[in-house]
Write a protein that binds this ligand. Structure first.
Ligand code: ADP
Length: 875
């Protein structure tokens, strides 16, 4: 086609068409048209003149005019075709982009479909929401694509029309060419002038033709491109069909449906299970309520039974404190108070019922209801008042504190009315006191020529009724953040002793036994007999226990006067003057003035009759009839490995697992080596004072290390150079994970050490009783002790054949030197390593020994009774 058109231009090379040329052509065509009528006339004339047929020229002019029209039409068609072509090109580009996106998606879907078909789990391949979203996008794409296809089809139709027009144009062009050839030959017959003009016109026409041909050619190219594009679209449609998007979608829908179905099924199953669980739960709630009401009824029944048997000591202590309070506040007469007190002490059921039904009553109504029952009664028990400087666990420094609560509780259990009077220290463990309250009364007491007010607080400690005295003295005697060690200790405790008696005196109590302890309350004995007995307060008998003859409370004689004692009367060798110097000695005074004098172990009682008496041996000999040694017990409620709250694991003699568990726990807590569970652990808990054999304790640390054991020391010293010395040793062993020195007071830690240790050392120079060896045995830690004082009464050497086998419970040594200690410790290590079965039996035997206060309290009760009987006989 192209070739034929080129050929049609003939020998004349086509002139390049330019916009100005086109304009010129148009002007020429118009001018030609304008001149056509005159030319027609001229032609008619010239036909006549030149003899050429007129009809031929007219035809030629008509043909040219037609050609002009056709060219115009062609031009319009060309512009339209160009517009279409541009549009198509843009659409093609857009579609191409769509196709690319679709192709990417298809390949992705294809990969997913492949994964699904490979049988990967639904959960891995499909995420319900993502698939749903993708499916929607795909759907949108397909809809869009379809719309585009419709558009393309429409474009195809318009192109088809265009093609038809082009064919028509081709045909008319061919006609034109034929006519042109004919016209050319006719032109040859025309004159040269006309020839030039016509030639120019023909040239213009040729140019026009050429440019039209170019346009047509361009349109053909576009058309060809469109055909390619059409092919691509066809292919795409085919590939769309082949990749089976709809099939994939159907697959997805199918999977999703299945998933929805399984979710529905699971939901129903869950629902069902939930309902049955709720039913079960409702059922168990009903059961729980039933059991709870049964338990409540049972507990009510039990508590009624309990009430019938008697209320706990705590209850009776509160009642007696209540009565004492009313008596001191003068709400009760002394006589009524003493009757009610006795009823409380005898645990009179009527008092209990009156108190229990007092809810909502005023204090006056309660007093009246109590008074109705105030009838005299008799009792075989005793009214015992302990006046002391310590009481465990509220104010504890050492063994004295344990004795006060342990003996007090044991005596109370035996049916005695036991009361304690303590200073109200600022540093005491207030959280160990129940129902602490201040009485609405102040007790005035004499001191240094003046009367001083004292606040009286009451509360219960370990179920015992306790009075705490808070002096309103400017000396702030018990606001020192420590119990002892103050420069004015003599003043502080002589003051306290006086107020304690004043309190008893003012309360009008008919006390049987006033039991004072150690030098701090030794003032009570001379004060009672020299001051209060003269005031008519003389029903009581005084018991004095010296827990340690090392501390005797000496001072210049005149200091006795502070608390109202008569110095002249007492500063005598047979009374209170110290046996070796001119000072007065309070412990000596107590020995002289008490009805009963005791110390804390039989062996120590023996020892103090000689040089162990620290100068008081002669006095003790003089008063030997009233002097007795009674071995302390331990508070088996506080020291009980089967319910000790400080332990990691509780245990008993029959179940020793807990012992090794506590050992492991302590090692961990103190960052000690745990490599060898059977490496023996040696414990020591003590005040670091010369009495406790400080040099042997120090030696024991090195000896234990040498024997391949572990050592834990818990203790502190009131003596600065001893404290410093042990701090140095602690530093020395800082990086040794077998030795730990804890230079402090720590009650909780002491429980853990007793439980964790395999052996326990007490190498004392002298030991009035010693509690730690007994506590150690109760916790299955075998004692290694020096044969002295109470240690000699409680620890019997395992290898001593002079002692019955059943009594042998530890390892002892006599000489207070390193060799003596070494021999005992080495024997203990030998048994531990070489005879583990024997060792285990020894541990179990020690744990079963009865160190309770029961036996000791009976002995005290016995001597109290005899003294009280003598007192009754005297009145
Ligand atoms: P003492 O001569 O000190 O009265 P005892 O053996 O009669 O000696 O009583 C000592 C009491 O004090 C025991 O209950 C012991 O556990 C306790 N104790 C001593 N030192 C400490 C300490 N550092 N931390 C905790 N408790 C201690």
């Amino acid at each position: 086609m192209k070739d034929s058109r080129r050929r049609s231009t003939g020998a004349q090379p086509p002139q390049k068409s330019t916009p100005s040329a086109n304009y010129r052509n148009r002007v020429n065509i118009q001018r030609d048209r304008a001149g056509a009528s005159s030319d027609d006339e001229h032609q008619q004339n010239s036909e006549d003149e030149n003899g050429l047929p007129n009809i031929q020229l007219e035809d030629l002019v008509g043909m040219i005019q037609n050609t002009e029209k056709n060219i115009l039409l062609l031009n319009q068609a060309r512009l339209q075709a160009l517009e279409h072509a541009d549009k198509i090109l843009k659409e093609k580009e857009a579609l191409q982009q769509e196709i690319n996106i679709l192709e990417i998606k298809l390949s992705e879907k294809g990969a997913q479909s492949e994964l699904s078909s490979k049988g990967m789990s639904d959960a891995e391949v499909l995420d319900f929401d993502v698939l749903k979203e993708e499916n929607m996008l795909l759907k949108d794409d397909i809809t869009f694509f379809k719309a585009k296809l419709i558009e393309i089809t429409e474009t195809e139709e318009s192109l088809f029309k265009l093609e038809k027009e082009r064919a028509l144009l081709d045909a008319s062009l061919r006609e034109l060419e034929c006519a042109f050839i004919a016209a050319q030959s006719d032109m040859l017959k025309l004159g040269p002038m006309q020839h030039d003009a016509w030639w120019e016109k023909v040239e213009n026409l040729e140019e026009l033709l050429e440019s039209t041909a170019n346009q047509v050619e361009h349109a053909t190219l576009v058309l060809d491109g469109y055909h390619d594009f059409q092919d691509k679209v066809d292919k795409l449609e085919a590939s769309l069909g082949a990749t089976n998007i709809s099939e994939f979608c159907l697959y997805l829908v199918d999977v999703l449906k299945k998933r929805v179905k399984s979710i529905e099924e699971r939901f129903q199953a869950c629902n069902h299970e939930m309902h049955s669980q709720i039913e079960l739960y409702e059922h168990s709630i009903v059961e729980f309520h039933d059991t709870l009401s049964k338990l409540i009824k049972e507990s009510e029944k039990k508590s009624m039974e309990h009430y019938a048997e008697g209320m706990p000591s705590e209850f009776w202590s509160r009642i007696s404190l209540l009565i004492d309070g009313w008596s001191l506040e003068k709400k009760l007469s002394n006589n009524d108070a003493s009757i009610l007190r006795e009823m409380a002490w005898k645990r009179d059921i009527r008092l209990r019922e009156a108190y229990l039904s007092s809810r909502g009553m005023t204090e006056r109504e309660l007093i009246d209801s109590f008074l109705k029952m105030a009838l005299p009664g008799t009792s075989s028990g005793l009214h015992i008042v302990h006046i002391a400087a310590e009481m465990a666990p509220v104010a504890k420094v050492g063994g004295l504190a344990d004795v006060i609560s342990g003996l007090g509780k044991a005596l109370q259990k035996k049916g005695n009315l036991v009361e304690i009077i303590l200073p109200k220290y600022d540093c005491m463990q207030h959280n160990q006191i129940n129902n602490l309250k201040v009485l609405d009364v102040v007790v005035q007491s004499y001191f240094e020529g003046n009367m001083f007010a004292n606040k009286i607080w009451t509360g219960t400690v370990e179920g015992l009724p306790v009075y705490f005295i808070e002096p309103q003295h400017p000396g702030k005697f018990f606001w020192r953040a420590q119990y002892y060690g103050e420069h004015d200790d003599f003043k502080r405790f002589s003051y306290f002793s006086r107020v304690a008696l004043e309190l008893l005196y003012q309360s009008g109590k008919k006390v049987d036994i006033i039991h004072c302890h150690d030098w701090q309350t030794a003032f009570v004995a001379p004060l009672y007999w020299d001051v209060y007995a003269n005031l008519g307060f003389n029903s009581a008998r005084i018991c004095f226990t010296c827990h340690n003859f090392e501390y005797q409370g000496t001072a210049p004689a005149q200091d006795l006067a502070y608390c109202g004692l008569d110095v002249e009367h007492l500063d005598r060798p047979d009374r209170m003057r110290d046996n070796s110097h001119g000072r007065i000695n309070v412990v000596k005074g107590a020995i002289v003035y008490s009805n009963i004098v005791t110390t804390v172990s039989p062996t120590y009682a023996q020892e103090v009759r000689s040089e162990g008496g620290r100068g008081l041996q002669d006095t003790l000999k003089i008063h030997s009839k009233k002097f007795v040694g009674i071995l302390n017990g331990i508070d088996t409620d506080t020291w009980n490995p089967s319910n000790d709250r400080f332990l990691k694991v509780q245990y008993s003699a029959n179940d020793l697992y807990g012992k090794s568990a506590n050992k492991a726990a302590l090692r961990k807590q103190l960052k000690m080596s745990s490599a060898n569970a059977s490496q023996p652990l040696v414990g020591c808990i003590t005040r670091l004072v010369p009495q406790k054999g400080v040099h042997l304790i120090r030696h024991a640390i090195y000896k234990t290390a040498e024997l391949g054991g572990q050592f834990v020391l818990l203790g502190s010293s009131p003596v600065p150079n001893i404290q410093r010395e042990f701090e140095g040793i602690a530093d020395q062993f800082q990086n040794d994970n077998n030795i730990r020195l804890l230079l402090k007071y720590d009650d909780a830690l002491s429980h853990m050490i007793f439980a964790a240790s395999d052996m326990f050392i007490v190498p004392s120079m002298f030991e009035p009783c010693g509690l730690t060896q007994m506590i150690a045995m109760r916790y299955g830690s075998v004692p290694v002790v020096r044969k002295t004082g109470g240690l000699n009464d409680s620890v019997f050497d395992y290898d001593d054949e002079t002692i019955p086998m059943e009594l042998r419970d530890g390892f002892t040594f006599l000489k207070a030197d390193e060799q003596g200690f070494d021999s005992a410790l080495e024997r203990a290590f030998n048994y531990y390593h070489r005879k583990p079965e024997v060792w285990k039996q020894l541990v179990q035997k020690d744990m079963k020994i009865d160190f309770s206060w029961d036996t000791s309290a009976s002995q005290y009760e016995d001597i109290y009774q005899r003294a009280a009987a003598r007192a009754r006989a005297a009145t």
